[in-house]
Ligand binder design. Structure first.
Ligand code: B12
Ligand code: SF4
Length: 506
Protein backbone atom coordinates (compact mmCIF):
# COMPACT_ATOMS: atom_id res chain seq x y z
CA UNK A 1 0.00 0.00 0.00
CA UNK A 2 1.38 3.41 -0.98
CA UNK A 3 0.39 6.85 0.25
CA UNK A 4 0.30 9.34 -2.64
CA UNK A 5 0.19 13.10 -2.11
CA UNK A 6 -0.81 15.15 -5.13
CA UNK A 7 -0.71 18.90 -5.70
CA UNK A 8 -3.01 19.42 -8.72
CA UNK A 9 -2.32 21.80 -11.59
CA UNK A 10 -3.59 22.06 -15.15
CA UNK A 11 -0.27 23.54 -16.23
CA UNK A 12 3.14 21.96 -15.73
CA UNK A 13 6.27 24.05 -16.19
CA UNK A 14 8.89 21.39 -15.43
CA UNK A 15 10.43 23.79 -12.93
CA UNK A 16 8.63 25.25 -9.92
CA UNK A 17 9.24 28.63 -8.32
CA UNK A 18 8.26 27.87 -4.70
CA UNK A 19 7.93 24.47 -3.06
CA UNK A 20 4.25 23.73 -2.26
CA UNK A 21 4.75 23.34 1.46
CA UNK A 22 1.72 21.26 2.30
CA UNK A 23 3.07 18.27 0.32
CA UNK A 24 6.20 18.04 2.43
CA UNK A 25 4.39 18.77 5.70
CA UNK A 26 1.84 16.00 5.14
CA UNK A 27 4.64 13.70 4.05
CA UNK A 28 6.30 14.39 7.41
CA UNK A 29 3.00 13.78 9.22
CA UNK A 30 2.67 10.36 7.54
CA UNK A 31 3.62 7.68 10.10
CA UNK A 32 6.60 5.55 9.10
CA UNK A 33 4.43 2.42 9.16
CA UNK A 34 2.78 3.70 5.95
CA UNK A 35 6.12 3.81 4.13
CA UNK A 36 7.48 6.80 2.29
CA UNK A 37 4.75 8.84 0.57
CA UNK A 38 4.97 9.30 -3.18
CA UNK A 39 4.77 13.02 -3.92
CA UNK A 40 3.52 14.55 -7.17
CA UNK A 41 3.52 18.28 -7.77
CA UNK A 42 1.67 18.83 -11.02
CA UNK A 43 3.20 22.28 -11.45
CA UNK A 44 6.28 20.20 -12.38
CA UNK A 45 4.68 17.26 -14.18
CA UNK A 46 1.30 15.59 -14.49
CA UNK A 47 0.18 12.89 -12.04
CA UNK A 48 0.62 9.38 -13.41
CA UNK A 49 -2.57 7.61 -12.29
CA UNK A 50 -1.19 4.24 -13.43
CA UNK A 51 1.05 4.29 -10.32
CA UNK A 52 -2.07 3.94 -8.14
CA UNK A 53 -2.86 0.40 -7.01
CA UNK A 54 -6.05 -0.81 -5.33
CA UNK A 55 -5.76 -0.19 -1.57
CA UNK A 56 -3.47 2.84 -1.95
CA UNK A 57 -4.31 6.12 -0.22
CA UNK A 58 -4.34 9.29 -2.31
CA UNK A 59 -4.25 12.68 -0.55
CA UNK A 60 -5.16 15.67 -2.70
CA UNK A 61 -4.71 19.26 -1.48
CA UNK A 62 -6.71 21.98 -3.21
CA UNK A 63 -7.15 25.72 -3.27
CA UNK A 64 -9.94 27.20 -5.37
CA UNK A 65 -7.92 27.65 -8.55
CA UNK A 66 -6.87 23.99 -8.81
CA UNK A 67 -9.97 22.36 -7.27
CA UNK A 68 -11.35 21.06 -10.57
CA UNK A 69 -8.08 19.39 -11.54
CA UNK A 70 -8.00 17.96 -8.02
CA UNK A 71 -11.47 16.46 -8.55
CA UNK A 72 -10.30 14.81 -11.79
CA UNK A 73 -7.37 13.24 -9.95
CA UNK A 74 -9.52 12.10 -7.02
CA UNK A 75 -12.11 10.54 -9.32
CA UNK A 76 -9.46 8.71 -11.32
CA UNK A 77 -7.69 7.45 -8.20
CA UNK A 78 -10.95 6.20 -6.69
CA UNK A 79 -11.76 4.36 -9.91
CA UNK A 80 -8.40 2.60 -9.55
CA UNK A 81 -9.38 1.34 -6.11
CA UNK A 82 -7.65 3.91 -3.92
CA UNK A 83 -9.01 5.60 -0.80
CA UNK A 84 -9.15 9.28 -1.62
CA UNK A 85 -8.77 12.05 0.99
CA UNK A 86 -9.05 15.76 0.25
CA UNK A 87 -7.74 18.71 2.23
CA UNK A 88 -6.59 22.31 1.75
CA UNK A 89 -8.35 25.66 1.87
CA UNK A 90 -10.96 24.91 -0.80
CA UNK A 91 -11.88 21.49 0.60
CA UNK A 92 -12.18 23.17 4.01
CA UNK A 93 -14.72 25.62 2.57
CA UNK A 94 -16.59 23.13 0.34
CA UNK A 95 -16.17 19.61 1.78
CA UNK A 96 -19.37 18.36 0.12
CA UNK A 97 -18.04 19.29 -3.29
CA UNK A 98 -14.95 17.10 -2.88
CA UNK A 99 -17.18 14.25 -1.69
CA UNK A 100 -19.65 14.52 -4.55
CA UNK A 101 -17.40 15.60 -7.43
CA UNK A 102 -13.87 14.63 -6.44
CA UNK A 103 -14.26 10.96 -5.63
CA UNK A 104 -13.36 11.73 -2.00
CA UNK A 105 -13.97 9.11 0.66
CA UNK A 106 -13.11 11.72 3.27
CA UNK A 107 -12.32 15.41 3.61
CA UNK A 108 -10.13 17.06 6.23
CA UNK A 109 -11.28 20.57 7.11
CA UNK A 110 -8.47 22.75 8.43
CA UNK A 111 -4.90 21.87 9.32
CA UNK A 112 -3.65 18.41 8.38
CA UNK A 113 -0.64 18.30 10.72
CA UNK A 114 -2.40 16.41 13.51
CA UNK A 115 -5.40 15.00 11.62
CA UNK A 116 -3.53 13.27 8.79
CA UNK A 117 -2.02 10.39 10.82
CA UNK A 118 -5.42 9.87 12.52
CA UNK A 119 -7.16 9.68 9.15
CA UNK A 120 -4.59 7.21 7.86
CA UNK A 121 -5.14 5.11 10.98
CA UNK A 122 -8.90 5.20 10.37
CA UNK A 123 -8.39 4.01 6.78
CA UNK A 124 -6.38 1.09 8.08
CA UNK A 125 -8.94 0.23 10.76
CA UNK A 126 -11.85 0.62 8.34
CA UNK A 127 -13.36 3.41 10.46
CA UNK A 128 -12.96 6.30 8.04
CA UNK A 129 -15.39 9.19 8.56
CA UNK A 130 -16.46 11.38 5.66
CA UNK A 131 -15.56 14.73 7.23
CA UNK A 132 -12.84 15.52 9.78
CA UNK A 133 -13.05 18.83 11.65
CA UNK A 134 -9.33 19.28 12.11
CA UNK A 135 -9.58 23.01 12.87
CA UNK A 136 -6.60 25.19 13.66
CA UNK A 137 -3.79 23.47 15.48
CA UNK A 138 -1.52 25.33 17.91
CA UNK A 139 1.80 26.49 16.55
CA UNK A 140 3.67 23.96 18.72
CA UNK A 141 1.94 21.17 16.83
CA UNK A 142 2.80 22.39 13.32
CA UNK A 143 4.79 19.67 11.64
CA UNK A 144 8.14 20.51 10.01
CA UNK A 145 8.43 19.62 6.34
CA UNK A 146 10.32 16.59 5.02
CA UNK A 147 12.70 18.30 2.64
CA UNK A 148 14.56 15.04 2.07
CA UNK A 149 11.70 14.15 -0.28
CA UNK A 150 12.25 17.13 -2.60
CA UNK A 151 12.92 16.12 -6.19
CA UNK A 152 16.42 17.19 -7.21
CA UNK A 153 16.90 20.42 -9.11
CA UNK A 154 13.27 21.32 -9.67
CA UNK A 155 12.49 24.29 -7.41
CA UNK A 156 13.97 27.76 -7.09
CA UNK A 157 12.83 28.65 -3.57
CA UNK A 158 12.11 26.64 -0.44
CA UNK A 159 9.12 27.65 1.73
CA UNK A 160 8.99 27.73 5.50
CA UNK A 161 6.07 29.05 7.49
CA UNK A 162 6.90 31.06 10.64
CA UNK A 163 3.43 32.36 11.53
CA UNK A 164 -0.09 31.43 10.48
CA UNK A 165 -3.22 33.59 10.70
CA UNK A 166 -3.62 37.37 10.49
CA UNK A 167 -5.28 39.84 12.88
CA UNK A 168 -6.67 42.00 10.03
CA UNK A 169 -9.95 41.42 8.19
CA UNK A 170 -9.54 42.49 4.55
CA UNK A 171 -12.69 41.97 2.50
CA UNK A 172 -11.03 40.08 -0.38
CA UNK A 173 -8.98 37.69 1.76
CA UNK A 174 -9.94 34.35 3.28
CA UNK A 175 -6.93 33.95 5.56
CA UNK A 176 -8.43 35.60 8.66
CA UNK A 177 -11.54 33.44 8.30
CA UNK A 178 -9.93 30.08 7.59
CA UNK A 179 -6.65 30.47 9.50
CA UNK A 180 -8.00 32.80 12.16
CA UNK A 181 -7.04 36.23 13.46
CA UNK A 182 -4.85 35.00 16.29
CA UNK A 183 -1.29 34.69 14.98
CA UNK A 184 0.04 31.19 15.54
CA UNK A 185 3.77 31.68 15.66
CA UNK A 186 6.18 28.76 15.39
CA UNK A 187 9.11 28.43 17.75
CA UNK A 188 12.36 29.91 16.47
CA UNK A 189 14.31 26.64 16.82
CA UNK A 190 12.05 24.62 14.53
CA UNK A 191 11.94 27.36 11.90
CA UNK A 192 15.72 27.71 11.88
CA UNK A 193 16.21 23.94 11.73
CA UNK A 194 14.06 23.73 8.59
CA UNK A 195 15.92 26.59 6.97
CA UNK A 196 19.24 24.95 7.75
CA UNK A 197 17.94 21.74 6.22
CA UNK A 198 17.09 23.61 3.02
CA UNK A 199 20.47 25.39 2.90
CA UNK A 200 22.29 22.08 3.37
CA UNK A 201 20.50 20.96 0.19
CA UNK A 202 21.58 24.02 -1.81
CA UNK A 203 18.56 26.28 -1.34
CA UNK A 204 19.66 29.79 -0.47
CA UNK A 205 16.36 31.53 -1.27
CA UNK A 206 13.53 30.79 1.13
CA UNK A 207 9.99 32.17 1.05
CA UNK A 208 8.61 32.64 4.55
CA UNK A 209 5.12 31.39 3.67
CA UNK A 210 3.46 33.63 6.23
CA UNK A 211 0.22 35.51 6.06
CA UNK A 212 1.60 38.51 7.89
CA UNK A 213 5.18 38.64 9.22
CA UNK A 214 4.33 41.69 11.38
CA UNK A 215 1.41 40.40 13.46
CA UNK A 216 1.88 42.87 16.32
CA UNK A 217 1.84 46.58 15.54
CA UNK A 218 2.81 49.51 17.75
CA UNK A 219 -0.87 50.51 17.71
CA UNK A 220 -1.84 47.06 19.08
CA UNK A 221 0.61 47.50 21.94
CA UNK A 222 -0.57 51.04 22.67
CA UNK A 223 -4.20 49.91 22.68
CA UNK A 224 -3.51 47.08 25.16
CA UNK A 225 -1.64 49.57 27.35
CA UNK A 226 -4.49 52.07 27.20
CA UNK A 227 -6.95 49.37 28.16
CA UNK A 228 -4.61 48.23 30.95
CA UNK A 229 -5.06 44.74 29.60
CA UNK A 230 -2.02 43.21 31.24
CA UNK A 231 -2.57 39.71 29.88
CA UNK A 232 -2.96 40.88 26.29
CA UNK A 233 -0.02 43.24 26.57
CA UNK A 234 2.15 40.41 27.84
CA UNK A 235 1.01 38.17 24.99
CA UNK A 236 1.68 40.82 22.34
CA UNK A 237 5.09 41.64 23.76
CA UNK A 238 6.02 37.97 23.79
CA UNK A 239 4.98 37.56 20.14
CA UNK A 240 6.97 40.63 19.20
CA UNK A 241 10.03 39.48 21.15
CA UNK A 242 9.89 36.11 19.37
CA UNK A 243 9.91 37.90 15.99
CA UNK A 244 13.11 39.68 16.96
CA UNK A 245 14.59 36.44 18.28
CA UNK A 246 13.85 34.72 14.97
CA UNK A 247 15.38 37.55 12.96
CA UNK A 248 18.46 37.51 15.17
CA UNK A 249 18.90 33.80 14.45
CA UNK A 250 18.36 34.28 10.72
CA UNK A 251 21.07 36.95 10.78
CA UNK A 252 23.55 34.29 11.90
CA UNK A 253 22.85 31.94 8.98
CA UNK A 254 25.18 31.80 5.95
CA UNK A 255 25.29 35.26 4.43
CA UNK A 256 24.28 34.04 0.96
CA UNK A 257 20.79 33.25 2.23
CA UNK A 258 17.90 35.44 1.12
CA UNK A 259 14.39 35.49 2.59
CA UNK A 260 11.13 36.82 1.25
CA UNK A 261 7.93 37.29 3.22
CA UNK A 262 4.47 38.87 3.25
CA UNK A 263 3.85 41.80 5.55
CA UNK A 264 1.54 44.74 6.08
CA UNK A 265 2.97 48.20 5.43
CA UNK A 266 2.49 48.98 9.12
CA UNK A 267 5.97 47.51 9.66
CA UNK A 268 7.41 50.70 8.17
CA UNK A 269 6.32 52.50 11.36
CA UNK A 270 9.00 50.60 13.22
CA UNK A 271 12.61 51.23 12.09
CA UNK A 272 13.88 48.76 14.70
CA UNK A 273 11.85 46.01 13.02
CA UNK A 274 13.02 46.98 9.53
CA UNK A 275 16.66 47.04 10.64
CA UNK A 276 16.21 43.57 12.14
CA UNK A 277 14.65 42.36 8.87
CA UNK A 278 17.60 43.67 6.91
CA UNK A 279 20.10 42.05 9.28
CA UNK A 280 18.16 38.81 8.92
CA UNK A 281 18.54 38.96 5.13
CA UNK A 282 14.79 39.30 4.66
CA UNK A 283 15.40 41.19 1.48
CA UNK A 284 11.97 41.03 -0.06
CA UNK A 285 8.40 41.41 1.14
CA UNK A 286 5.03 41.31 -0.51
CA UNK A 287 3.11 44.30 0.80
CA UNK A 288 -0.63 44.51 0.21
CA UNK A 289 -1.02 48.11 -0.96
CA UNK A 290 -4.31 47.32 -2.70
CA UNK A 291 -5.47 50.90 -3.34
CA UNK A 292 -3.98 54.36 -3.60
CA UNK A 293 -7.14 56.25 -2.59
CA UNK A 294 -8.86 56.45 0.83
CA UNK A 295 -12.13 55.31 -0.79
CA UNK A 296 -10.38 52.25 -2.23
CA UNK A 297 -8.94 51.32 1.17
CA UNK A 298 -12.38 51.67 2.70
CA UNK A 299 -13.78 49.34 0.03
CA UNK A 300 -11.42 46.57 1.19
CA UNK A 301 -11.51 47.28 4.95
CA UNK A 302 -7.85 48.22 4.94
CA UNK A 303 -7.79 51.67 6.41
CA UNK A 304 -4.58 50.92 8.29
CA UNK A 305 -2.77 51.52 4.97
CA UNK A 306 -1.62 54.97 3.84
CA UNK A 307 -2.41 56.86 0.65
CA UNK A 308 -0.77 59.61 -1.38
CA UNK A 309 2.67 60.88 -0.38
CA UNK A 310 2.48 59.16 3.03
CA UNK A 311 2.13 55.89 1.13
CA UNK A 312 5.13 56.64 -1.08
CA UNK A 313 7.18 57.44 2.03
CA UNK A 314 6.09 54.29 3.84
CA UNK A 315 7.03 52.07 0.95
CA UNK A 316 10.32 53.87 0.41
CA UNK A 317 11.13 53.31 4.05
CA UNK A 318 11.27 49.55 3.39
CA UNK A 319 13.72 50.10 0.55
CA UNK A 320 15.79 52.56 2.55
CA UNK A 321 16.23 49.76 5.08
CA UNK A 322 17.24 47.28 2.37
CA UNK A 323 13.90 45.44 2.19
CA UNK A 324 12.68 45.32 -1.42
CA UNK A 325 8.95 45.44 -1.89
CA UNK A 326 6.66 43.51 -4.20
CA UNK A 327 3.69 45.84 -4.13
CA UNK A 328 0.31 44.22 -4.60
CA UNK A 329 -2.47 46.37 -6.04
CA UNK A 330 -6.11 45.56 -6.74
CA UNK A 331 -8.08 47.08 -9.60
CA UNK A 332 -11.84 47.01 -9.95
CA UNK A 333 -12.73 48.28 -6.49
CA UNK A 334 -16.16 49.94 -6.43
CA UNK A 335 -14.60 53.39 -5.95
CA UNK A 336 -12.09 52.95 -8.82
CA UNK A 337 -12.46 55.29 -11.79
CA UNK A 338 -10.48 55.44 -15.06
CA UNK A 339 -8.14 57.95 -13.40
CA UNK A 340 -7.26 55.42 -10.67
CA UNK A 341 -5.11 53.42 -13.10
CA UNK A 342 -2.79 56.31 -13.90
CA UNK A 343 -2.63 57.31 -10.22
CA UNK A 344 -1.66 53.74 -9.30
CA UNK A 345 0.94 53.52 -12.08
CA UNK A 346 2.42 56.79 -10.86
CA UNK A 347 2.68 55.64 -7.23
CA UNK A 348 4.05 52.25 -8.25
CA UNK A 349 6.86 53.98 -10.13
CA UNK A 350 7.68 56.47 -7.40
CA UNK A 351 7.49 54.29 -4.32
CA UNK A 352 10.77 52.46 -4.88
CA UNK A 353 9.07 49.10 -5.51
CA UNK A 354 11.21 46.29 -6.88
CA UNK A 355 8.25 44.31 -8.24
CA UNK A 356 4.52 44.89 -8.45
CA UNK A 357 1.40 42.91 -9.22
CA UNK A 358 -1.85 44.43 -10.38
CA UNK A 359 -4.68 41.99 -9.83
CA UNK A 360 -8.34 42.45 -10.63
CA UNK A 361 -10.76 42.15 -7.73
CA UNK A 362 -11.78 38.51 -7.72
CA UNK A 363 -14.40 37.01 -5.41
CA UNK A 364 -12.55 34.19 -3.65
CA UNK A 365 -14.68 31.80 -1.60
CA UNK A 366 -14.48 32.34 2.12
CA UNK A 367 -14.22 36.13 1.77
CA UNK A 368 -16.63 38.92 2.67
CA UNK A 369 -16.60 39.98 -1.00
CA UNK A 370 -17.57 36.52 -2.20
CA UNK A 371 -20.46 36.24 0.26
CA UNK A 372 -21.86 39.63 -0.86
CA UNK A 373 -21.42 38.78 -4.56
CA UNK A 374 -23.06 35.37 -4.23
CA UNK A 375 -25.95 36.79 -2.22
CA UNK A 376 -26.43 39.59 -4.70
CA UNK A 377 -26.61 37.23 -7.69
CA UNK A 378 -28.93 34.87 -5.83
CA UNK A 379 -30.56 32.33 -8.10
CA UNK A 380 -30.02 34.65 -11.10
CA UNK A 381 -26.32 33.91 -11.42
CA UNK A 382 -25.40 33.52 -15.11
CA UNK A 383 -24.48 29.95 -16.06
CA UNK A 384 -21.89 28.36 -18.30
CA UNK A 385 -23.14 24.94 -19.27
CA UNK A 386 -25.20 24.17 -16.20
CA UNK A 387 -22.74 25.75 -13.77
CA UNK A 388 -23.51 29.11 -12.16
CA UNK A 389 -20.56 31.49 -12.23
CA UNK A 390 -20.69 31.57 -8.43
CA UNK A 391 -19.08 28.11 -8.80
CA UNK A 392 -16.69 29.26 -11.53
CA UNK A 393 -13.93 26.86 -10.43
CA UNK A 394 -16.13 23.95 -11.58
CA UNK A 395 -16.28 25.22 -15.16
CA UNK A 396 -13.85 23.33 -17.43
CA UNK A 397 -10.57 25.22 -17.70
CA UNK A 398 -10.89 26.00 -21.43
CA UNK A 399 -14.37 27.53 -20.97
CA UNK A 400 -13.76 29.11 -17.59
CA UNK A 401 -14.39 32.83 -17.61
CA UNK A 402 -12.17 35.10 -15.59
CA UNK A 403 -14.60 36.05 -12.88
CA UNK A 404 -14.30 39.52 -11.47
CA UNK A 405 -16.55 41.60 -9.26
CA UNK A 406 -19.11 43.64 -11.21
CA UNK A 407 -18.23 47.33 -11.20
CA UNK A 408 -20.63 50.31 -10.86
CA UNK A 409 -19.17 52.36 -13.74
CA UNK A 410 -16.66 50.28 -15.74
CA UNK A 411 -17.11 47.06 -17.71
CA UNK A 412 -14.80 44.13 -16.84
CA UNK A 413 -13.14 44.43 -20.26
CA UNK A 414 -12.30 48.05 -19.66
CA UNK A 415 -10.83 47.24 -16.25
CA UNK A 416 -8.88 44.34 -17.75
CA UNK A 417 -7.42 46.43 -20.57
CA UNK A 418 -6.47 49.24 -18.24
CA UNK A 419 -4.97 46.75 -15.78
CA UNK A 420 -2.94 45.10 -18.54
CA UNK A 421 -1.64 48.52 -19.59
CA UNK A 422 -0.41 49.20 -16.05
CA UNK A 423 1.43 45.83 -16.06
CA UNK A 424 2.92 46.68 -19.45
CA UNK A 425 4.32 50.02 -18.35
CA UNK A 426 5.64 48.72 -15.03
CA UNK A 427 7.40 45.79 -16.71
CA UNK A 428 8.76 47.58 -19.78
CA UNK A 429 12.41 46.56 -20.27
CA UNK A 430 13.50 50.16 -19.66
CA UNK A 431 11.79 50.33 -16.29
CA UNK A 432 12.95 46.86 -15.25
CA UNK A 433 16.55 47.78 -16.11
CA UNK A 434 16.28 51.00 -14.08
CA UNK A 435 14.85 49.13 -11.12
CA UNK A 436 17.56 46.47 -11.39
CA UNK A 437 20.02 49.06 -10.02
CA UNK A 438 19.05 47.76 -6.61
CA UNK A 439 21.07 44.61 -7.41
CA UNK A 440 24.72 44.79 -6.34
CA UNK A 441 26.42 42.90 -9.22
CA UNK A 442 25.88 42.40 -12.94
CA UNK A 443 24.90 38.77 -12.29
CA UNK A 444 22.35 39.93 -9.73
CA UNK A 445 21.02 42.55 -12.15
CA UNK A 446 20.61 39.88 -14.77
CA UNK A 447 18.78 37.73 -12.25
CA UNK A 448 16.54 40.67 -11.47
CA UNK A 449 15.65 41.17 -15.15
CA UNK A 450 14.97 37.47 -15.68
CA UNK A 451 12.80 37.13 -12.61
CA UNK A 452 10.89 40.29 -13.53
CA UNK A 453 10.11 38.83 -16.94
CA UNK A 454 9.25 35.44 -15.48
CA UNK A 455 6.97 37.00 -12.91
CA UNK A 456 5.21 39.03 -15.53
CA UNK A 457 4.71 36.04 -17.84
CA UNK A 458 3.46 33.79 -15.07
CA UNK A 459 1.11 36.24 -13.42
CA UNK A 460 0.08 39.09 -15.72
CA UNK A 461 -0.47 37.30 -18.98
CA UNK A 462 -1.93 34.11 -17.62
CA UNK A 463 -3.81 35.86 -14.83
CA UNK A 464 -5.60 38.60 -16.74
CA UNK A 465 -5.55 37.80 -20.45
CA UNK A 466 -8.55 35.97 -21.81
CA UNK A 467 -6.89 35.61 -25.20
CA UNK A 468 -5.69 31.97 -25.27
CA UNK A 469 -2.88 32.68 -27.77
CA UNK A 470 -1.44 35.21 -25.33
CA UNK A 471 -1.77 32.75 -22.46
CA UNK A 472 0.00 29.92 -24.29
CA UNK A 473 2.74 32.29 -25.49
CA UNK A 474 3.20 33.37 -21.88
CA UNK A 475 3.43 29.75 -20.76
CA UNK A 476 6.08 28.96 -23.38
CA UNK A 477 8.08 31.96 -22.23
CA UNK A 478 7.74 31.05 -18.59
CA UNK A 479 9.05 27.55 -19.34
CA UNK A 480 12.02 28.96 -21.22
CA UNK A 481 12.96 31.48 -18.57
CA UNK A 482 12.35 29.17 -15.61
CA UNK A 483 15.41 26.95 -16.15
CA UNK A 484 18.13 29.65 -16.20
CA UNK A 485 16.33 31.36 -13.32
CA UNK A 486 16.63 28.28 -11.15
CA UNK A 487 20.42 28.28 -11.53
CA UNK A 488 20.56 31.86 -10.38
CA UNK A 489 18.75 31.04 -7.17
CA UNK A 490 20.51 27.92 -5.94
CA UNK A 491 23.95 27.42 -4.43
CA UNK A 492 26.31 24.54 -3.68
CA UNK A 493 24.88 22.27 -1.03
CA UNK A 494 26.44 22.58 2.44
CA UNK A 495 25.70 19.10 3.84
CA UNK A 496 27.71 19.63 7.01
CA UNK A 497 26.27 23.05 7.86
CA UNK A 498 25.52 23.35 11.57
CA UNK A 499 23.31 25.80 13.42
CA UNK A 500 25.62 28.81 13.87
CA UNK A 501 23.90 29.81 17.11
CA UNK A 502 24.86 26.43 18.59
CA UNK A 503 28.40 26.59 17.21
CA UNK A 504 28.90 30.11 18.59
CA UNK A 505 26.75 29.40 21.66
CA UNK A 506 27.59 30.60 25.20
C1 B12 B 1 2.80 31.05 0.45
C2 B12 B 1 1.52 31.31 -0.34
C3 B12 B 1 1.64 31.50 -1.71
C4 B12 B 1 2.99 31.45 -2.42
C5 B12 B 1 3.52 30.05 -2.59
C6 B12 B 1 2.59 29.02 -3.16
C7 B12 B 1 3.24 27.66 -3.08
N1 B12 B 1 3.85 27.18 -4.13
O1 B12 B 1 3.22 27.06 -2.03
C8 B12 B 1 2.67 32.23 -3.73
C9 B12 B 1 3.11 33.67 -3.49
C10 B12 B 1 3.35 31.75 -5.00
C11 B12 B 1 1.15 32.14 -3.79
C12 B12 B 1 0.43 32.35 -4.93
C13 B12 B 1 -0.95 32.38 -4.97
N2 B12 B 1 -1.79 32.32 -3.92
CO1 B12 B 1 -1.23 31.88 -2.15
N3 B12 B 1 -0.84 31.60 -0.34
C14 B12 B 1 0.26 31.35 0.29
C15 B12 B 1 -0.03 31.25 1.80
C16 B12 B 1 0.34 32.57 2.47
C17 B12 B 1 0.64 30.12 2.56
C18 B12 B 1 0.51 28.74 1.90
C19 B12 B 1 1.34 27.76 2.65
O2 B12 B 1 2.39 27.34 2.22
N4 B12 B 1 0.89 27.37 3.83
C20 B12 B 1 1.53 26.37 4.64
C21 B12 B 1 0.88 25.01 4.40
C22 B12 B 1 1.50 23.97 5.29
O3 B12 B 1 -0.48 25.18 4.71
P1 B12 B 1 -1.67 24.74 3.72
O4 B12 B 1 -1.23 24.79 2.34
O5 B12 B 1 -2.89 25.46 4.11
O6 B12 B 1 -1.84 23.21 4.12
C23 B12 B 1 -2.35 22.82 5.38
C24 B12 B 1 -3.87 22.58 5.38
O7 B12 B 1 -4.57 23.34 4.43
C25 B12 B 1 -4.01 21.11 5.16
N5 B12 B 1 -3.96 20.54 3.84
C26 B12 B 1 -3.55 21.08 2.67
N6 B12 B 1 -3.63 20.17 1.68
C27 B12 B 1 -4.07 19.02 2.21
C28 B12 B 1 -4.33 17.76 1.66
C29 B12 B 1 -4.77 16.74 2.48
C30 B12 B 1 -5.02 15.40 1.91
C31 B12 B 1 -5.00 16.97 3.87
C32 B12 B 1 -5.46 15.89 4.74
C33 B12 B 1 -4.76 18.24 4.43
C34 B12 B 1 -4.29 19.24 3.59
O8 B12 B 1 -2.89 20.60 5.89
C35 B12 B 1 -1.77 21.46 5.70
C36 B12 B 1 -0.95 21.45 6.96
O9 B12 B 1 -1.68 21.98 8.03
C37 B12 B 1 -1.59 31.01 1.76
C38 B12 B 1 -2.32 31.49 2.98
C39 B12 B 1 -2.55 30.36 3.96
N7 B12 B 1 -2.61 30.72 5.19
O10 B12 B 1 -2.70 29.22 3.58
C40 B12 B 1 -2.00 31.74 0.51
C41 B12 B 1 -3.24 31.26 -0.25
C42 B12 B 1 -3.25 29.77 -0.30
N8 B12 B 1 -3.02 31.81 -1.59
C43 B12 B 1 -4.09 32.23 -2.16
C44 B12 B 1 -4.15 32.77 -3.46
C45 B12 B 1 -5.48 33.38 -3.89
C46 B12 B 1 -3.03 32.75 -4.30
C47 B12 B 1 -2.98 33.25 -5.74
C48 B12 B 1 -4.16 32.89 -6.61
C49 B12 B 1 -2.72 34.75 -5.66
C50 B12 B 1 -2.72 35.46 -7.01
N9 B12 B 1 -3.66 36.36 -7.16
O11 B12 B 1 -1.91 35.19 -7.84
C51 B12 B 1 -1.70 32.56 -6.24
C52 B12 B 1 -2.02 31.18 -6.86
C53 B12 B 1 -0.77 30.41 -7.18
C54 B12 B 1 -1.10 29.06 -7.71
N10 B12 B 1 -1.38 28.94 -8.98
O12 B12 B 1 -1.11 28.12 -6.95
C55 B12 B 1 -5.31 32.06 -1.29
C56 B12 B 1 -6.17 30.89 -1.73
C57 B12 B 1 -7.65 31.21 -1.59
C58 B12 B 1 -8.49 30.10 -2.15
N11 B12 B 1 -9.73 30.07 -1.74
O13 B12 B 1 -8.06 29.31 -2.93
C59 B12 B 1 -4.63 31.91 0.13
C60 B12 B 1 -5.43 31.07 1.14
C61 B12 B 1 -4.41 33.34 0.67
C62 B12 B 1 -5.59 34.27 0.68
N12 B12 B 1 -5.32 35.53 0.50
O14 B12 B 1 -6.74 33.96 0.86
N13 B12 B 1 0.63 31.82 -2.58
S1 SF4 C 1 -3.49 41.82 5.92
FE1 SF4 C 1 -3.12 40.31 4.28
S2 SF4 C 1 -3.33 38.26 5.21
FE2 SF4 C 1 -4.20 39.77 6.63
S3 SF4 C 1 -6.40 39.74 6.20
FE3 SF4 C 1 -5.47 41.41 4.98
S4 SF4 C 1 -4.92 40.50 3.00
FE4 SF4 C 1 -5.36 38.81 4.43
Amino acid sequence: MTVHLVNPSHLSFGIGVITPRWLFVLAAATPGTFGCPRITDETLEAFDASTVEPGDIVGVGIHTGNALRGYEIGTEARARGATVIFGGVHATLYPDEALSLGGAHAVVKGDGDVAWPLVLGDVQRGTLQSVYEAGRVDAERFVSARWDLLPQGRYMWGSVQTVRGCPKHCSFCSVWRTDGQAPRQRHTDVVVEEILDLRRRGFRFVALADDNFYPVTLADLAMAERQRNVARLGQLRALRAERFELMERLAQLPSDMVFFTQITMEAAEDPEFLIAMRRANIKGALVGIEAVTPEGLKDVYKDFNDVGEALVERLRSFRDHGVYVLGSFIFGLPSDRPSTFAATADISNRAGLAFAQFVMLTPYPGTVDFAAWEKNLGSDAPQIGSIPITRHWLIPQDQRPKVYMPHPVMASDEIRERTQAVWDQFYSLRRIWTRSRCAPTLRARLAFVLISKLYRQMYANTGIATDSARVSRANRWARLIARPCRHLFTASPLPSLEDPSRVLGP
